[in-house]
Write a protein that binds this ligand. Structure first.
Ligand code: PMP
Length: 385
């Protein structure tokens, strides 16, 4: 095909391909164990697969309602009430989306205008900043503080101006595995009280939380919930990242704005999958034990790498584990991650890519949502380096 001969004014000039895509391709090329991208390598529930089939057979193969099927919205409403004491109306305050990614994009698109400021904590999941920029917003970066990647609320206060329109939080946090505490939520309440600031709360790892800690959902705090979009992902909860089905909860007036855009982005999401999820969610044990399940994987991985030269940065949530390699080399994270993939056949993610200035702290992110045999092979390599 001949290239387009006219001029293109790129809307995201400096945007690189996502690091997950780059590292996964490198892992494939070098036949390396892939602990880079966040996805399970074990099968999903057979029951869930059968449910999708059942609903396809029953003829649920045409467009779902724009907001999502009522059965699934009802299950979400019940779940948020039971777990977080939140009262979301299933018709006006809940919407099904094509993955959390689309929910995040649409929420940002529905609020952010030219020169609005958005506070983002770094290291930050890579789906926030490009979308803010695409919609003309300005990003104000707050740095999570080492060694445990906590929020410095004094720093956040200093970043707030009359133009601050949104704060994006993510707990449990990708890539660090840190989690917000009740004291953080109190600070967030203080900072946003009597302001026009909207909170975008990325809670896709709500059930992946360990060490007897409790997930602090924004929905559990009425003063926050009234100004928040809460975003979740069935892909994370039911090990089916490829299904790209998620949801968003918000008060009615925020949801109205969300839907104005949502209907022209995807209109409706996959119908049989929504029916299957709705039925599967009626049994809460399908998600309640997820924390225990993943904590066993985390603990097994940590036991296997005990004695290696990698230093563990405690992870209390998500399926990611940060490892500090300062005792091995002072190579920049990106170089070391690439060398490890090529030479040692183990792929990870350099945490520096989650900083706008590529800040290096000699830490790599490893995904432990893997079969024991995969973790054993990865650990054997880590112990050799
Ligand atoms: N937010 C965070 C923090 C994530 O880690 C991910 C998945 N990597 C997403 C959102 C996107 O979720 P989904 O696959 O449902 O679009």
């Amino acid at each position: 095909m001949e290239k387009f001969q006219g001029s293109i004014q790129s809307k995201l000039r400096k945007q690189e391909t996502s690091i997950s895509a780059i590292m996964s391709a490198l892992a494939r090329e070098h036949n390396a164990i892939n602990l880079s991208q966040g996805f399970p390598d074990f099968p999903i529930s057979q029951k869930l697969i059968e449910l999708v089939f059942k609903y396809m057979q029953k003829g649920h193969n045409q467009y779902a309602p724009m907001t999502g099927i009522p059965e699934l919205r009802e299950q979400l409403s019940l779940k948020f009430e039971k777990l977080y004491g939140a009262a979301y109306d299933m018709d006006t305050e809940i919407n099904i989306t094509s993955g959390a990614t689309q929910a995040l994009h649409t929420a940002i698109a529905s609020i952010i205008r030219d020169d609005d400021e958005v506070i983002v904590f770094e290291p930050a999941y890579d789906a926030y900043v490009p979308v803010i920029k695409l919609h003309g917003g300005m990003v104000k970066y707050a740095q999570l503080k080492l060694p445990d990647y906590h929020i410095d609320w004094q720093e956040v206060k200093k970043l707030i101006s009359s133009r601050t329109r949104m704060i994006i939080i993510n707990s449990p946090h990708n890539p660090t595995g840190s989690v917000l505490k009740p004291s953080d939520m109190k600070e967030l309440i203080k900072i946003t009280r009597n302001s026009d600031i909207i909170i975008l709360s990325d809670e896709v790892y709500e059930h992946l939380i360990y060490d007897s800690l409790k997930h602090e959902s924004v929905s559990a705090y009425p003063e926050l919930a009234e100004r928040a979009f809460v975003v979740g992902s069935f892909g994370k909860t039911f090990h089916a990242t490829g299904w790209k089905t998620g949801f968003v909860l918000a008060p009615e007036n925020l949801m109205e704005e969300f839907r104005k855009i949502h209907q022209f982005v995807v209109f409706a999401c996959n119908t049989p999958i929504q029916y299957a999820l709705a039925e599967f969610m009626t049994d809460s044990t399908n998600y309640e034990d997820l924390g225990k399940f993943y904590q066993r994987k985390r603990d097994y991985f940590l036991k296997l790498i005990d004695g290696s030269r990698f230093k563990v940065v405690p992870s209390h949530g998500t399926y990611f584990q940060l490892l500090d390699y300062s005792a091995i080399t002072d190579e920049p994270e990106r170089d070391f991650a690439i060398r490890m993939t090529e030479e040692f056949k183990l792929a990870s993610i350099p945490v520096s890519v989650f900083y706008h200035e590529n800040t290096n702290n000699n830490v790599l992110r490893f995904c432990f949502a893997k079969e024991e045999s995969t973790l054993e092979k990865a650990a054997e390599i880590l112990c050799r380096i």
